[in-house]
Write a new protein. Structure first.
Lengths: 374, 301
């Protein structure tokens, strides 16, 4: 076996009686850009620290390829970290910060490598400065260079862009992605920003409360969420309660407050009894009440528009349904669609293929971003 | 009306601005005043008096008065007569400083990183000795180190000391006393530096292939340098001029420069005593300057 995938097997970490990471299994393929996505406090940092060796798992093992690295001291692991707060050495110049790892491993001529690395992160002219004389974005790049220069088998990034403003963050996301493609090292990127994870990662693991809720390509996670948490944390979803009436190998028929809706069987995580019927807001179309449909769309009738926000490319509507729930609809502003005003009576319809079904025992608002988190 | 207001406006604004600046300048001087006065009366004046006394004709006396003759030979007499004591003072103070670093660094490190909720208690314990007088604490070391004390018993049993060996009235006792008395002045600045050190830097060191020892040498120590420099200065300088420890724990053979100065003043030999004091001061300033330069911490002290 030549591949050196990073494999965490049944890793658990407890702090006293509190379980920060709970029986976690995770495989990060070699050379991939892997994102660990989850809300603050869900155990992302703890997971990374166990890979780096800065925290010891209460139980479970960490493998890198064939090698069990669980028992290795951090300075013996072929793994480097870009810390959340950068943790640059304040008493050393930028060049010496970057050279630190090479010097510890007894590399003789570090000058050229440091120069090349500083060039990669576009900081050549700052080599002689101290970290405190650099801006946040520059410090972030120094932290990246300091870790990357060691050519680790796995690079761990703990919310490396968290302290940057939005514009710089977008710029650095593209930079990071470019650098990863260039060096081909496995990146494990921790973030609580779903957009960041989606734009950068090949594979995302969505973490919540110390466990992985779902893992997959960004597109799969978005189109086919496995839990209410994932459906709400990655983008937004409408979840409406319903009961399964019939199921075939192709599709599932559900009763939703008197309307009959269809969902594809392969998108049904639960197909018995009570279910959540899920639909992304941008997949839903609004039509004036009692328009005729015969195209096989799923239809929920009797809504009243309660809120309209115009956001340029789209218009976001809230429609109150007869059972009191407010559903979200995002209409693209193509000019071809009717627009509505608060108080208008509307019907909601969408393609059955876009419908997904989730286990009704999960909370419908799990993973919804609260005001204070934004 | 509005034109008038426009004319008056800027003028009105300028006047208070000017006053403001003058006030701010004045405030600075007012804040300086008490300290400056204090230093003038109790530092500059005595220093000038001391230096001039050191150049008086030594044949005078307290009763007959002294004559200012710029008698620089006082310095030659002082250095020739008290060379060994001067040398001994620096040796003892240096040894005590090294001992204080060896004891104080681990202690400060433990308080800063390992004490957890005991941190405040440990800091109070470091300061607690100051609740009793310096003199009484040094006197009690007489009992600890005395021939009937348990320390001597243990040392004799362990054969570290011969059957008739002593601890009290030895250079060891004097250095021990100095180390003990000035240890808090080492621990507190060291603690203050280490406390500021972000433990994540140590983790970064470990992550970048540095063993704990290398992390200590390359990260902890350089970042603790300001505290270490301050601590060694606060220990070495007063220890070099100290006379209580040698007086209470030593013998005539362990006399330090402070003891000689004290005796000379007591005996009324003001000019030589003053010359000795100025020599000590100059030597300390020279040593400290070299030390601070060498440790590369000019901007930190
Ligand atoms: N050293 C520790 N002692 C006690 N609790 C801790 C410790 N480190 C982390 N935790 C707890 O573990 C949980 C997960 O923390 P963390 O991994 O830092 O979350 P994240 O990085 O996802 O925000 C948090 O509730 C945190 O309070
Ligand atoms: Mg974190």
């Amino acid at each position: 076996m030549t591949r050196s995938d990073l494999v965490l097997s049944s890793v658990t970490k407890r702090f006293g009686s509190f379980t920060a990471v709970d029986d976690l299994d995770l495989t990060v393929p070699e050379g991939s850009f892997f994102a660990l996505l989850g809300p603050s406090g869900c155990g992302k940092t703890t997971t990374l620290r166990m890979v780096a060796g800065l925290e010891e798992p209460t139980s479970g093992t960490v493998h890198l390829g064939d090698q069990d690295i669980s028992g290795l001291r951090p300075y013996k692991r072929p793994v480097n970290t870009v810390f959340q707060s950068y943790a640059l050495f304040p008493h050393l110049s930028i060049a010496e910060n970057v050279a630190f790892g090479l010097r510890r491993r007894g590399v003789k001529d570090v000058k050229q490598q440091v120069g090349e690395m500083l060039e990669l992160v576009e900081l050549e002219q700052y080599a002689g400065r101290r970290p405190a004389q650099l801006s946040g974005g520059q410090q972030q790049r120094v932290a990246l260079a300091r870790a990357l220069i060691n050519r680790p088998q796995v690079l761990l990034l703990d919310e490396p862009l968290g302290a940057l403003d939005l514009k710089l963050r977008r710029q650095m996301q593209i930079e990071l992605k470019r650098i990863q493609t260039e060096v081909g090292i496995t990146f494990v990127h921790v973030t609580h920003d779903q957009e960041e994870a989606m734009t950068m990662a090949d594979t995302i693991a969505v973490m919540n409360g110390g466990v992985i809720e779902q893992m997959g390509r960004p597109l799969d996670l978005y189109e086919n969420p496995a839990t209410t948490f994932v459906s709400n944390f990655l983008g937004q979803s409408n979840l409406v309660g319903g009961q399964v009436l019939e199921r075939s190998s192709q599709s599932v028929l559900i009763d939703v407050h008197g309307s009959k809706l269809l969902a594809p069987s392969d998108r049904a995580r639960s197909a018995e009894g009570d279910v959540w019927v899920g639909i992304r807001p941008e997949k839903v179309f609004l039509a004036a009440a009692e328009s005729e449909f015969d195209d096989g769309s799923n239809l929920l009738a009797g809504g009243v528009v309660t809120d309209v926000s115009y956001v340029g490319v789209s218009t976001q509507y809230l429609a109150r349904m007869p059972w009191g729930q407010e559903l979200m609809v995002f209409e693209q502003n193509t000019g071809a669609r009717d627009s509505f005003r608060p108080g208008d009576r509307v019907d909601l319809h969408w393609m059955p293929a876009h419908t997904f079904l989730l286990d009704a025992t999960q909370a419908a608002d799990a993973g919804v971003e609260k005001e204070e988190d934004l | 009306m509005s034109a008038a207001a426009a004319h008056v406006g800027p003028g009105e604004q300028q006047v208070p601005q000017g006053q403001d600046e003058r006030k701010r300048g004045l405030t600075g001087y007012l804040l300086l005043l008490p300290g400056a006065l204090w230093l003038l009366v109790f530092f500059v004046v005595p220093l000038v008096t001391l230096i001039s006394t050191s150049l008086y004709d030594p044949s005078g006396s307290v009763f007959a008065g002294y004559e200012m003759t710029f008698h620089w030979r006082n310095y030659v007499d002082a250095v020739q007569g008290y060379g060994p004591q001067l040398w001994r003072s620096f040796l003892y103070a240096g040894t005590a400083t090294v001992a204080a670093v060896l004891l104080g660094f681990p202690l400060a490190y433990a308080i800063a990183f390992k004490a957890g909720r005991w941190k405040n208690l440990m800091l109070i314990l470091v300061i607690a000795p100051f609740f009793t007088s310096f003199l009484i604490r040094t006197l009690s070391w007489q009992m600890l180190l005395g021939d009937n004390g348990w320390l001597v018993d243990i040392f004799r049993t362990l054969q570290i000391l011969g059957p008739d060996g002593h601890l009290l009235a030895t250079p060891f006792a004097v250095v021990t006393g100095l180390t003990y008395n000035f240890l808090p002045f080492m621990v507190l600045p060291l603690y203050a530096s280490l406390e500021k050190l972000d433990p994540r830097l140590l983790e970064a060191g470990a992550d970048l292939y540095a063993t704990p020892l290398t992390t200590f040498r390359k990260v902890t120590l350089p970042l603790a340098m300001p505290g270490l420099v301050a601590g060694t200065l606060l220990t070495f300088i007063p220890a070099a001029g100290d006379y209580i420890n040698s007086e209470l724990l030593g013998t005539p053979n362990t006399r330090m420069i402070g003891n000689e100065i004290q005796d000379l003043f007591a005996a009324g030999s003001y000019p030589v005593a003053a010359a000795l004091s100025v020599t000590l001061m100059a030597a300390i300033v020279a040593l400290v300057t070299v030390y601070v330069r060498r440790s590369g911490s000019e901007e930190l002290v």
